[in-house]
Design a protein around this ligand. Structure first.
Ligand code: PLP
Length: 398
C-alpha cells in the first residue's frame, strides 16, 4: 500500500471490531453502528445470511445492530415475540397496514385518530382499492354492524388523540378475531408503561416513537410490536419501502427506553394533577383525561391500565372560542406551544390547528373536537411549578 490515498481508504478496515471478539472487555452500552453496509471475506458468508444458515448483517436498510438492539427492548417492554423500528410513526403504521391488506379488503376504524393516520385511512387507501368504515367503538354493536366478510383489520388508538377516549380493548380484539379480522392498535399516548395491548389480544401494537419512547423531543421514529409471524410480514415491507430507523436514532431510542418508566410515571402523576386543576377552573368547559373519575372512560381505563397510571396526555375545552383558547396558549409561561408531545417539559398543543388541521369544521364537530380545545402534554417538572403557569394563563380570560 504505497499511496497515502490507498492507505487512508483502507485504514482500520474493521480491525478493531474483529479484535473485540477476542478481548475480555465489551462496551458497557452498544456503540452506534454508523455503517451502511457490512464487509465479507467470501461469497459463501453472504449466501449463508440470505439463506438463513447464519445470522449476520448485510445492508443497513434491512437491519443493523442498533435496530435489532432497540427492537429487543421494545418487544420485551410489551411482552411480545418480536418488534421492528421505523423512520417515523407514520411509516410504522402505514407499512404495518400495507403488510396485511390488499385491494378489495375493508378496514373498520374509530373516527378520532391522529390526523395523519385518519388522512391515510380515509383518502390514501382508497386509491389502492381498500375501503375504510369509521364508527364509534364505544358501542361494540357498531363494530359488529360495520364488519363485512372482507373486513381484514380493525384499527384504533389505546388513548385517542386528542379526545383521550379509551375503548374496551379485549372486547374489540375478540370481536375482530371472531370475524376473522386482525386488530391493530396505536399505543403511542399510553406507552408500554401504561398499557400493553398485546395481553388484551391486539395483533400488532404501533407507536410513534417520536413521543414517549423517545421522550426528549430529539428524534423521529416509529415501532411495531407483535408476533414473529406478523412482524416478519411487516419487515418485508419495511425493507422494500426503505423506512428503517438510522443508527443514531436507534441508539438514542435505546438510551431513552431505560428511563421510560420513570418519565411516564411522573408525567402521569402530573397529568392527573393538571386535569383535576383544570376541572375545577371556572373558565374550562370540559376536561378529557381517563384518570378523572368523572369521565366516561375511567372505569375501563382503570381496569386495563397498569399501576393506576392513565398517561401524560389530557385535553380541555376552554370556555368561549378560538380567541380565548389562543389567549391561554399565548400566556402559558414556560409551557410552550409544541405541536408534538411527550417531551420532558410540559407543553400545549392546539389540535384544530395542528394534529387535526386537515379536518373540516364539520368533521371537527362530528369528531367532538372543539375549536377551543387545547391538548396538554405533562412533563417531568415539579407540579407546584406547573400549576401556577396554568393559573396565570387562565386568569387572562376571566
Ligand atoms: N400516532 C399518534 C397517536 C400520533 O400522535 C402521531 C404523531 O403525532 C403519529 C402516530 C405519527 O407519528 P410520527 O409523527 O412519528 O410519524
Amino acid at each position: 500500500m504505497s499511496s497515502v490515498a490507498t492507505r487512508l481508504a483502507h485504514a482500520g478496515d474493521g480491525q478493531p471490531e474483529k479484535a473485540l471478539r477476542d478481548f475480555n472487555s465489551v462496551p458497557e452500552v452498544q456503540p452506534v453502528y454508523m455503517t451502511s453496509v457490512f464487509a465479507f471475506d467470501d461469497v459463501a458468508s453472504v449466501d449463508d445470511i440470505y439463506e438463513g444458515r447464519s445470522g449476520g448483517y448485510v445492508y443497513s436498510r434491512m437491519r443493523h445492530p442498533n435496530t435489532d438492539s432497540v427492537s429487543l427492548s421494545l418487544a420485551a417492554a410489551d411482552g411480545a415475540e418480536d418488534a421492528l423500528v421505523f423512520s417515523s410513526g407514520m411509516a410504522a403504521i402505514i407499512l404495518s397496514i400495507i403488510s396485511v391488506v390488499k385491494a378489495g379488503d375493508h378496514i373498520v376504524s374509530s373516527p378520532v385518530l391522529y390526523g395523519g393516520v385518519r388522512d391515510y385511512l380515509e383518502n390514501e387507501l382508497k386509491r389502492f382499492g381498500v375501503e375504510v368504515t369509521f364508527t364509534d367503538l364505544y358501542d361494540i354493536s357498531n363494530l359488529e354492524k360495520a364488519i363485512r366478510p372482507n373486513t381484514r383489520l380493525v384499527y384504533t388508538e389505546t388513548i385517542s388523540n386528542p379526545l383521550m377516549e379509551v375503548f374496551d380493548i379485549p372486547e374489540l380484539a375478540k370481536t375482530a378475531h371472531d370475524h376473522g379480522a386482525l386488530f391493530f392498535i396505536d399505543n403511542t399516548f399510553a406507552s408500554p408503561i401504561v398499557a400493553n395491548p398485546i395481553k388484551y389480544g391486539a395483533d400488532l401494537v404501533l407507536y410513534s416513537a417520536t413521543k414517549y419512547l423517545g421522550g426528549h423531543s430529539d428524534l423521529v421514529g416509529g415501532a411495531a410490536v407483535g408476533s414473529k409471524e406478523l412482524i416478519a410480514g411487516v419487515r418485508k415491507k419495511l425493507t422494500l419501502y426503505g423506512a428503517t430507523l438510522g443508527a443514531a436514532e436507534s441508539w438514542l431510542l435505546s438510551r431513552s427506553l431505560r428511563t421510560l418508566d420513570l418519565r411516564v410515571t411522573k408525567q402521569s402523576q402530573n397529568a392527573l394533577a393538571i386535569a383535576r386543576f383544570l376541572e375545577a377552573s371556572p373558565v374550562v368547559e370540559r376536561v378529557y383525561y381517563p384518570g378523572l373519575e368523572s369521565g366516561r372512560d375511567h372505569a375501563v381505563a382503570a381496569k386495563l391500565f397498569n399501576k393506576g397510571l392513565f398517561g401524560g396526555m389530557l385535553s380541555a375545552d376552554i370556555k368561549g372560542g378560538e380567541a380565548e383558547a389562543t389567549k391561554v396558549v399565548n400566556n402559558l409561561g414556560f409551557i410552550k406551544y409544541v405541536p408534538s408531545l411527550a417531551g420532558t417539559s410540559t407543553s400545549v398543543s392546539y389540535p384544530a390547528k395542528t394534529s387535526q388541521r386537515g379536518f373540516s369544521a364539520e368533521e371537527l364537530k362530528k369528531a367532538g373536537i372543539s375549536i377551543a380545545q387545547l391538548r396538554f402534554s405533562a412533563g417531568i417538572e415539579d407540579i407546584d411549578d406547573i400549576l401556577p403557569q396554568l393559573e396565570d394563563a387562565l386568569k387572562t380570560i376571566r
